[in-house]
Structure formats: C-alpha cells, structure tokens
Design a binder for this molecule. Sequence first.
Ligand code: C5P
Length: 295
Amino acid sequence: MVALDVPDLDSARALVRALRPLLAWFKVGLELYSVAGPAAVEMVKEHGGRVFVDLKLHDIPNTVGRATAALARLGADMISLHAAGGRAMMAEAAAAAAGAAAGGPILLGVTVLTSMGEGDLGPLGVARSLVEQVVALARLAREAGLDGWVASPREAALLRSEMGPEPVIVTPGIRPLPGAVSTPGGPAGGTRSPFSGAGVAPGPGSPGGDDQVRVATPAEALAAGADWLVVGRPITRASDPLRAARALVEEIRRATGGDAGGSDGAAGGGGSDAAPGGGSGAGAGAGREEVCAGD
Ligand code: C5P
C-alpha cells in the first residue's frame, strides 16, 4: 500500500496513474485530505484502486460515527481512528461501518502514536508502561468492534502474540533492504538502487535524514505479523516510483518464497482486491493473502 503523502491532488493522481498497474491500495492521509478532501478518495476509486483513509478520527461518538458513515459512502475501504477515543466512540464507528453498503470499510485503531515515548505517557496521566498501554488500547479496540490496528513492526509482533491471528495489522515505517535490489546503470557501470532519489535513508541510522526511527524491512514486518505494509517516501520520492515499487514487491516475493505477488497481475493490477481472509491469491507467505504491496 502506498502512502500518497503529497501536497496536491495532481501529484497524487500522477502517482496513482504510474503505480496503479502494479498496486491496488493507496493511503490518503491528513495532508492530502486537508488539501483535496473527498476528491482524493474519488480519484483513487476512479482509477480502480482501494483507499485507506488515514485520518485517525478522534471525537465524540456521534461525530465519529457519522464521519465513518460519510467516509464509507465516499468509498473508503479502510479507516483509522484513535483507540484513545474510547469504547463508545469506536463502537459507534463499528456500527456505522457495519451499516455501510458492500460490507463496509475495515476499521483500524491507532493505539499509542509511534512518535511518543515512555516519557510522554506520564504527563497524560497514564501510569502504565508504553507496551502495557498499547496492548490495553488494542484490546479495547477489538472489544469495541474494530477489525485491527495500525502498528509499528515491533508492536505488530507483540499484538500478534497477545491477540492471535485474527485481527488485521497494517504496518508503516517500511524501508527496503539496503542493496536488496540493484540494477545496472549506476555510477561507473556499477549498481544503482531504484530507491535512489527517494530522499530517505534505506534503514535506521543510515545517512539521509529519515524521520522514521522504528523501521523494518518488508520481510521483518511480515515476519512480525503484518497483513498490509504502508510504504511512503521510498516509493513516492523515488526518481522512478514504479520501478521502486516493483523492486519492493520483488523484495517481498523473495522474502516470502515467491508467494508475494509482484507481477502486474498478481500484485493487484488485474483487480485482485480481496478483503482480509478473502484469499486474493496475491499472498505474502508470512501473513495473509493480501499482505503484498500489490493488494
Ligand atoms: O514515507 P513513509 O514510508 O515513512 O510513510 C509512512 C506513512 O505511514 C505516512 O503516511 C505516515 O503518516 C504513516 N504512519 C506512520 N506511523 C504511524 C502511523 C502512520 O508513519 N504510526
């Protein structure tokens, strides 16, 4: 799934046009939704894609329920909301999603923002450790009727072991394996990564100014139990986004023993768009069928 973190609708459309032959899922976050609104979701749908509307809803139950219903009518296939909004808020959203046509969107809870550390919880009045808070909010989200969570790779492993195989886990902070895919044409006839120009370092601690701290390779995230991988800048800021996406899909395929999709057809370009458990065949070995970048 590619995060369309770009400042305007035209840039988002260009990315969807370029990537849609390979990928089915796109994430519309706060930046793009703030500038383009529902048109951003409609644009992805017009290209036959599926949309994760990542607005992290957090308000009174009535407002969040009505917003969820509105986003479902718009065509959102997946929606995020803050588990800290409480049981009633999440239950209202779950009811709205259940009442939507065609099965309704997948609802994901955000537990503790990955930008927050242990020291940030005390001032909020939270006495538990960060890990305990993540698990407690994740459990609350499930009890309230949510389908799963957005989780860092580290959290994914914890939540998978604590909560079992059923919940959906979507994992951002994905960075390709350094040097995993090399192609001819680089300096002095050497190799050149398709991620060059992406403006992000290929991994934690690497030069290049990446702001993601808890990153993982696709293989690590899948091994941790992720169902969907969210990839932003390694693809969107690459000099050739389609080539970078292909390289990532190929990396996933290798990591999952060739079962991760990646060719145009298997990766979702042909329209494979199964919901969790639906068995799209574009599988990712370590997780579910729809894990791969293509679907
Ligand atoms: O560019 P990058 O691959 O880091 O993009 C990650 C995407 O996932 C961004 O859209 C970001 O907002 C989102 N995200 C995240 N960490 C979270 C939740 C969402 O990076 N905990």
